[in-house]
Design a protein around this ligand. Structure first.
Ligand code: ME8
Length: 525
């Protein structure tokens, strides 16, 4: 059986429509899933919704709905959204599902019985938007360290998780697994801010609202939404049930993708919960940066939000994915700007890639009536250089994909594209075509073969990100050899090349001023 790769996204709060930040995390996970699949892995992707908690209870009420009605509608629209965006998740977990709720209760009971969870009294600070209890040292000037909003004083009987007991084990784990949290800078920040000076016990139950999973043996307590939520990664696989074959196959996760805002929960509490359950810890947590719109974090009250539909319904799913993955560096935040979006679309997609395909198909039609017999070709020094540079780039792209450096991977693919466009200018096929010399005709055949081969390789390398575009390239050039490993060979002796008569453009050039206006309106709310 092939090797497995289990990848997860956070389960999102359905407290409102999803913006492009949430879509970015999901696109990232989908790209990894597809890349691994292309490399022969049995890759399995989980996403879903975090449907409990006071925030959801309040939003449902504001919408005149029961929490259950509200989350049902949100789950429907989320599933549709991911489908429209070509997201290939294998499962979609909702924390209100019985398969999840039952197991969370079993987990809580187990942790209580073995003494990791104890009953105590909570008195301290609480951040409502984050649904997080905070200790005196965590609160900064009366504000939450995660979201920066005002915190409230609370006092109640509550269950606690004995985090202190695991402090040393966690530190040992970090030491032995230096790549566990990526990027390095975020790991150091997490360690210095939340681990180094001692991890406080965590309050894991609440009594001031209803919408959550009850502690089975003490139902006036609702299980803390983060303990409920984090366990989704194992309940979705059937952990602690009779039907646990997926759990046995896929756990531990190979990669958990999150945003930098929730690194404390995934980098500290989650591994400790797993240690307490005597389960293996995920191999890697990758915390990416944030996308914002000119004046800071996207928020409904500021009206500076962009929804993925507003981009993909106008520009297509591929252009939307390309923009997000190309712009986001591995370890930084980005700001969405209309200029960047339009430049990426017109410059990279319509001009560089679109023209390369268009020119290649155009020349093969003009010089060979759309069909070439490649048996009699003569390779030139340009051709050899071309082939060598491209094969080197393929290696580079693969390395970047392996390490989730998608922006760099796309940059390298665009170097192949730009190199191919320059190759046309160097070889000057129009001069070879006009020449009376028989050898020039053979050189022209070779040049066309090299261009088709370059586009075949580009199409393969783009598959994890731009599915529609790759398929359009393959179809118009009649390319059937699309397995990942075949991109590592440059084959120019295919015998017959046959292309479509009229090239269907991959991306229609945007009218810059008009689109800038449209995008500016979006970001101004
Ligand atoms: O935190 N830029 O859910 P959530 C990039 N339910 N990514 C962003 C973003 C932005 N501006 N805004 C949000 C929760 N995200 C919990 C998770 S998991 C057991 C429970 C992405 O709906 C980013 O991945 O607030 C972030 O971590 C996630 O959405 C938070 O989603």
């Amino acid at each position: 059986m092939s090797k497995k790769f289990y990848i997860t996204t956070p389960i999102y709060y359905p407290s409102g429509k999803f913006h492009i930040g949430t879509a970015y995390t999901t696109i990232l996970a989908d790209t990894v899933k597809r890349y691994k699949k292309l490399r022969g892995y049995d890759s399995y992707m989980l996403t879903g919704l975090d449907e409990h908690g006071q925030k959801i209870e309040t939003v449902a009420k504001d919408n005149g709905k029961t929490p259950q009605e509200y989350v049902n509608e949100m789950a429907d629209s989320t599933i549709k959204l991911w489908k429209k965006m070509n997201i290939e998740n294998d499962d979609f977990i909702r924390t209100t599902e019985k398969r999840h709720e039952d197991v969370v209760q079993l987990i809580f009971d187990k942790l209580m019985k073995q003494g990791d969870i104890y009953l105590g009294e909570y008195e301290g600070w609480y951040c409502l938007p984050c649904e997080t209890y905070l200790t005196e040292t965590q609160v900064i000037d009366g504000k939450c360290p995660d979201c920066g909003r005002q915190v409230k004083k609370m006092k109640e009987e509550a269950y606690f998780f004995n985090m202190k007991k695991y402090q040393k084990r966690l530190e040992d784990f970090y030491r032995k697994n230096p790549d566990f949290i990526q990027p390095e800078s975020r790991k150091n920040e997490l360690f210095n801010n939340f681990v180094k000076n001692g991890i406080d016990d965590l309050c894991v139950s609440r009594t001031n609202f209803e919408w959550g999973i009850k502690v089975k043996s003490d139902p006036k307590h609702v299980i803390y939404v983060w303990l409920d939520a984090l366990t989704n990664y194992i309940t979705a696989l059937g952990y602690m049930t009779e039907n646990d074959s997926k759990f046995k196959r896929y756990w531990p996760a190979d990669l958990q993708i999150i945003g930098k805002d929730i690194i404390r929960f995934h980098g500290i509490y989650w591994p400790i919960f797993l240690m307490a359950l005597d389960l293996p810890i995920p191999k890697k947590i990758y915390a990416h940066g944030f996308i914002s719109i000119k004046d800071g974090k996207m928020s409904k009250s500021k009206g500076n939000i962009i929804y993925p539909e507003q981009l993909f319904e106008r520009y297509g799913v591929d252009a939307t994915k390309y923009y997000l993955l190309r712009e986001f560096p591995y370890d930084q935040d980005i700001i969405f700007t209309p200029e960047n979006f339009v430049n990426r679309y017109n410059g990279d997609l319509a001009n560089d890639l679109g023209n390369l395909l268009n020119r290649t198909i155009g020349m093969i039609n003009k010089y060979f009536d759309g069909e070439i017999n490649t048996e009699k070709l003569i390779q030139t020094e340009f051709d050899n250089e071309f082939k060598n540079v491209i094969l080197k780039k393929v290696n580079e792209v693969e390395n970047y994909y392996e390490n989730i450096h998608f922006s760099n991977a796309l940059e390298s693919i665009w170097e192949i594209i730009s190199f191919s466009n320059k190759y046309i200018d160097k070889v000057q096929p129009w001069v070879l075509f006009k020449s009376e010399n028989e050898n020039d005709k053979k050189k022209l055949i070779s040049a066309m073969c090299h261009l088709v081969e370059s586009l075949r390789i580009i199409g393969i390398l783009l598959q994890p990100v731009l599915q529609e575009t790759s398929n359009k390239i393959f179809k118009q050039l009649n390319i059937e050899e699309i397995d990942w490993d075949t991109a590592k060979e440059f084959k120019v002796n295919k015998k017959i090349i046959k292309v479509v008569e009229n090239c269907e453009p991959l991306f229609i050039r945007l009218e810059t001023n008009q689109e800038m206006e449209y995008l500016k309106k979006l970001i101004n709310g």
